[in-house]
Design a protein around this ligand. Structure first.
Ligand code: BGC
Length: 455
């Protein structure tokens, strides 16, 4: 382990290293409001959100992110992850909106003024409509275009931020956009396109990695990897399908970045990755849940697996159609262990649960942090934990239906109300430790209220 002093436990509780980063994560489209020029605004306006919702003013950050930065400071946070919206900065190919860049300068400065270290993501699921119409990450020019965008962002904002996340969850984006069809452009069952886009995103990431270092040699650059636990439901083919899904979903992008290669037959689809090898200073992990997997010959879209959550498993609130996944704090350990061999610092860049009434969020938070602290105590170089999210925000294809905030948001009035889990997070953050009393209070797995009538 390098970098920071190890975590300790004492009679008072589980203590985190002194420079540990305590943050929250957000993304531009989900909080800024009126991101009129990206593919998600078009998707929502075309009625593609199952609930019919649109993000509208979202959390009003374009006008007043500072209000929420005050809340973050009030919780005692020392880090905050946000993203810049490519469609605002480059509304037409090669045309730069200086006023948008100025607004982002003010936003980053506002964080620094409050003693909060910004982590900036360059691509968090959204991009300009013109990029989407040109084929998005299936276009052979996508890495060039992303590199040009990154250079402009670094020229304008590079002095205000040292920590950069190139791309958020390439695995989720490609699966949702091309295999499951839940994200624009809404293609279902096109696994070949999903893998080609994944290869392009790896090259775009590598270009951005080098550009960021050109502008700011000391920068700390990585990406955010979504990690799911796939648990075989039974015997027979279930373990093989679960292993295959784990390899594809959790490991393929990690392998591209670490070795510049990916196993056959994927290598036939993703193209040349030689420029990608070794392009990360850290690994960001977004960890939420576990799915149970069984063999299902009728489901080629998910490699003949069916993912489900057993009724008794603790879950957040239900989405519009599907359960969100089993809330599973041990997923944090599984994710950390899966990337430790890269020998890079690790940040938990997202962890949370959709839970409007805070019935399981405190349990999930305490136990995810316990898993994190114990991994550090065993020698893992985990340098920060970012909860998803500060306030409720626009949850992609689930619209306003799922509530992830430490603060409840009334999106009509923009009123924010702290949830008990927000107060709990502040207590942990301000002590830089998980008090033993909390560990004991949340030791049992909560009963799944979704089983009760009316839920
Ligand atoms: C994404 C966020 C999203 C969160 C909760 C993550 O996969 O990066 O944008 O809101 O999950 O679903």
């Amino acid at each position: 382990m390098s970098g920071i002093a190890p975590a300790q436990s004492d009679s008072e509780g589980l203590v985190f290293p002194p420079q540990f980063l305590w943050g929250v994560s957000t993304s531009a489209h989900q909080v800024e409001g009126h991101t009129l020029n990206n593919q998600w605004w078009a998707w929502e306006s075309a009625g593609r959100i199952k609930s019919g919702d649109c993000c509208g003013p979202a959390c009003d950050w374009w006008k007043n992110a500072e209000r929420d930065f005050d809340l973050a400071r009030g919780l005692g946070l020392n880090a905050l992850r946000l993203s810049v919206e490519w469609s605002r900065i480059e509304p037409r190919p090669g045309e730069w909106d200086e006023s948008a860049l100025q607004r982002y300068r003010a936003i980053l400065q506002a964080l620094l003024n409050r003693g909060i270290r910004p982590f900036v993501t360059l691509h968090h699921f959204t991009h300009p409509l013109w990029f989407e119409h040109a084929g998005g990450f299936l276009s052979p020019h996508s890495a060039d275009l992303f590199e040009r965008f990154t250079a402009r962002v670094l020229a304008a904002l590079g002095d205000l931020c040292n920590d950069w996340v190139t791309i958020n969850e390439p695995n989720v984006y490609c699966a949702m956009a091309y295999a499951l069809g839940e994200f624009p452009p809404g293609q279902a069952g096109n696994v070949g396109a999903a893998l080609r886009a994944l290869g392009s995103m790896a090259r775009a990431h590598a270009r951005a990695y080098r550009v960021i270092h050109r502008f700011r040699p000391e920068a700390n650059v990585g990406w955010a990897q979504n990690f799911l636990v796939f648990k075989p439901a039974g015997a027979g083919l279930d373990p093989i399908i679960a292993w295959l899904q784990h390899k594809l979903f959790n490991e393929s992008f990690v392998q591209m970045i670490s070795s510049g290669r990916v196993a056959f037959p994927l290598s036939r689809l993703v193209g040349d990755l030689s420029e990608v090898r070794g392009t990360s200073d850290f690994v960001g992990l977004n960890v939420y849940s576990r799915f149970h997997v069984c063999f299902d010959r009728t489901n080629p879209r998910q490699f003949y697996g069916r993912m489900f959550v057993p009724a008794e498993a603790p879950q957040g609130d239900h989405g519009v159609e599907l359960p969100y996944g089993e809330a599973h704090p041990q997923a944090v350990t599984a994710a950390i262990e899966a990337v430790r061999r890269l020998n890079k610092p690790i940040y938990i860049l997202e962890n949370g649960v959709p839970d409007a009434s805070d019935r399981i969020r405190p349990w999930l938070m305490v136990n995810s942090l316990k898993e994190t602290q114990q991994a550090i105590a065993r020698g893992a170089d985990v340098r920060g934990y970012f909860h998803w999210s500060l306030t409720d925000n626009f949850e992609w294809s689930e619209g306003w239906g799922l509530r992830f905030g430490l603060y409840a948001l009334d999106e009509k009035t923009q009123k924010r109300t702290i949830r008990p889990s927000g107060q709990l997070y502040a207590q942990i953050v301000n002590g830089n430790a998980l008090p033993r009393e909390l560990v004991e209070r949340y030791a049992g797995v909560p009963r799944n209220r979704n089983l009760e009538p009316g839920n």
